[in-house]
Design a protein. Structure first.
Length: 390
């Protein structure tokens, strides 16, 4: 996959207004304060561009419905997002691209369902449309913690033909608070068109280890979200050598020496290199597949098939084979998927059922190429939702 920006890519990551104002976001609407005093924003972003940043992010992270409504400014959702992007654009004076930052929607209730996913998708679609119309060049899905949210955001961005990065907040083991695994997220998101993927991890040694583990599987550039104010030059060099080639600096402190380190190294990433990315995924694990899968006997979907799925975990198989005959079956798959520790190979004999399963399953599915569906349609749907045709 090609990357539209030059690597290494350094982005100013001051994504929220409270970082610029220094106020408590629970007591002051920092978005309102910045919109009515844009000089703070303009000067900060211009300094980043002048110090060597290749791009800047508009501080639109907190300009979401929930926060603005809580602060009494809900009716200004469109106006605030538009104003923050345009002030950022004015600040950098065309020197560098401008991105927009978007927090998780919070649509992560279990069991996952069509309604939960579509709620997240349309929330993203609404905000991304506003940011695109205001003039952003790319989107950062920031501080993400669930695969459902990230998939919804990436698919919304792709529907709008926008460049999209996803950055996931993890612990030192690469797990989010919702138990999403970062390798599983990487495998899934790059398959549906994410342009870069990365992690927030406060411990430098853990961040470097997670990047090294992800690199052999990355078909897209890896992001390191960092705070240059808190990191030494030696720590930055260590992060550079661990596989990251996109850097998002969340510090409000601009250090030219540290920026020079980040933009001066030669990244190892190449989209042409040999990558071990032939993998299916659940939320919690990526499964790197052998050439010949050992699959279960066909299993029919049902409302409560959890016991059958749990029993199959003890079988000597690589994947659970599911027959999907209706969209209800697709729903049963998505609602019971977390009960299995194995990936799923599915067969559906109509286009609507197949798309429902591919859209609402949170992970990367394997699709039986013998489905009784026109081959062109089968290939197109598999590509759109990142499935593996087998």
């Amino acid at each position: 996959m090609s990357f539209r920006f030059r690597l290494p890519f350094l982005c100013d990551g001051t994504t929220s207004c409270e970082l610029l104002t220094g106020d408590d976001p629970d007591s002051v609407c920092c978005e309102n304060k910045i919109v009515n005093n844009t000089d703070i924003l303009i000067n900060a972003k211009l300094r980043s561009a002048q110090n060597g940043a290749h791009a800047v992010l508009a501080p639109t992270e907190g300009a979401n419905h929930a926060h603005l409504e809580e602060m009494g400014f809900g009716e200004y959702f469109i106006q605030f997002n538009t104003a923050l992007v345009r002030a950022t654009t004015d600040g950098v004076k065309g020197l560098v691209p401008v991105g927009g930052a978007v927090l998780p929607t919070g649509s992560t209730s279990l069991p996952y369902s069509k309604n939960v996913f579509e709620d997240a998708y349309f929330k993203y679609l609404e905000k991304l449309t506003i940011l695109k119309d205001a003039g952003t060049d790319f989107i950062l899905l920031s501080r993400q913690n669930s695969l459902l949210d990230m998939r919804a955001g990436v698919l919304a961005a792709k529907a709008l033909k926008m460049t999209v990065f996803a950055a996931m907040q993890t612990d030192s083991d690469g797990k989010s608070e919702n138990d999403t695994d970062y390798i599983a997220a990487l495998v899934t998101l790059q398959s549906i068109g994410a342009d870069a993927f990365g992690i927030y991890c406060e411990d430098t040694d853990s961040l470097c280890e997670l990047l090294k583990r992800a690199f052999p599987h990355a078909e897209i550039p890896l992001i390191a979200v960092i705070d240059t104010e808190k990191l030494s030059c030696d720590e930055l060099k260590k992060i550079c050598s661990s596989g990251a080639s996109v850097f998002i600096d969340s510090s409000c402190y601009r250090d030219k020496e540290k920026y020079d380190i980040l933009i001066g190294f030669e990244p190892e990433f190449s989209p042409i290199g040999q990558k071990d990315s032939y993998a299916a995924a659940t939320e919690r694990e990526a499964f790197f597949l052998p050439d010949n899968l050992e699959i279960s006997e066909p299993l029919l979907c049902s409302f409560d098939m959890s016991d059958e799925l749990i029993d199959l975990d003890d079988e000597n198989i690589n994947a659970v084979f599911l027959e999907l005959n209706t969209t209800d079956d697709a729903a049963f798959l998505c609602e019971n998927a977390r009960m299995s520790r194995l990936p799923f190979l599915i067969r559906a004999n109509d286009e609507i059922t197949l798309e429902a399963a591919l859209r609402y399953y949170q992970g990367r599915l394997i699709v039986d190429s013998r489905c009784d569906i026109d081959r062109e349609v089968l290939t197109e749907l598999s590509k759109k939702y990142g499935a593996i045709l087998y």
